[in-house]
Design a protein around this ligand. Structure first.
Ligand SMILES: C[S@@+](CC[C@H](N)C(=O)[O-])C[C@H]1O[C@@H](n2cnc3c(N)ncnc32)[C@H](O)[C@@H]1O
Length: 259
């Protein structure tokens, strides 16, 4: 038997998100973020995981001794994250908020936003606002680290993925279309999930915008950041023409003896 639904981005998929992310090396990502902090001689104790999803990185950060707050626009994703923190007693505090409307009465040493979450802000003015809000939620020596999919990734259709193995607990087919004029990549996602004897079919449409390095740098500087650095993902090398993911490191204060 099958039932079907069309859902908002990250709503229907939330209970299955961790299944999809099974092979994602979050620990390794956390170490890369720590490498970037070290590179700029910055330390962090209190961290905001912006667009935290189901809290996979937040939980790892908390287990490593950081004080962590997680924020995500999707209530369904935050529900999953809260379940995790109840089970682990990690003490991570989660809030449902939009990055472009971020309003927490506290500041952080590090704001981190991973897995191209901020590409989901498709309005440049809201993206710029998210940069400003991040700036305002950082301590004076604070650092904002995030990664973005590049236009190259959209053109190369890196979003197109299929898992239709009948034995898989979650099957999916994702098809993307990139519009160079609007710089929007629309991904039609279909999912088939086993729930007991029931097969649940649902779809989500995710839209991401490609932001050029130049645009991102300009928005971060306009937000007040003193220094902006960009890296080809998971390296300490500058992005290349064929980089599909770029990490940005924005420093509120110029680094002493910056490299
Ligand atoms: C691909 S998931 C990544 C989640 C998490 N960072 C991870 O690495 O697993 C993208 C997340 O960004 C969230 N998101 C998208 N746009 C957002 C916004 N404007 N404000 C806050 N969260 C947002 C989505 O709800 C989703 O949970």
């Amino acid at each position: 038997m099958t039932n079907s639904s069309v859902s908002e981005p990250f709503e229907a998929v939330a209970p299955y998100y961790d299944l999809l992310m099974r092979s994602i090396p979050y620990l390794w990502w956390m170490h890369y973020v720590e490498t970037l902090l070290d590179y700029f001689d910055r330390t962090a104790h209190k961290v905001l995981d912006l667009c935290c999803g189901t809290g996979n990185l937040s939980e790892l950060l908390a287990a490593s001794g950081y004080e962590v707050v997680g924020v995500d626009r999707s209530a369904a994703m935050i529900e999953q994250a809260r379940r995790k923190t109840e089970a682990s007693q990690s003490g991570v505090r989660y809030y449902v908020q939009d990055a472009a409307e971020l309003e927490l009465n506290e500041t952080f040493d590090l704001i981190v936003s991973l897995f191209d979450s901020l590409n989901n802000i498709t309005e440049p003015s809201r993206f710029a606002e998210a940069m400003r809000r991040a700036y305002c939620h950082l301590n004076p020596e604070g650092v904002f680290i995030f990664d973005l999919n590049t236009e190259y990734a959209f053109i190369r259709k890196l979003f197109d993925q299929t898992q239709l193995d009948a034995r898989a607990p979650l099957r999916y087919r994702w098809r993307s279309q990139y519009d160079k004029a609007t710089r929007l990549c629309t991904v039609q996602m279909e999912f088939w999930a086993h729930e007991g004897n029931l097969e649940r079919y649902f779809t989500e449409t995710h839209i991401q915008r490609a932001y050029s390095e130049q645009e991102v740098r300009a928005m971060l500087h306009a937000a007040g950041f003193a220094e902006v650095h960009a890296f080809d993902a998971y390296t300490l090398h500058p992005p290349e023409r064929r980089s599909d993911r770029v990490f940005y490191v924005a420093l509120r204060l110029r680094a002493a003896g910056a490299r």
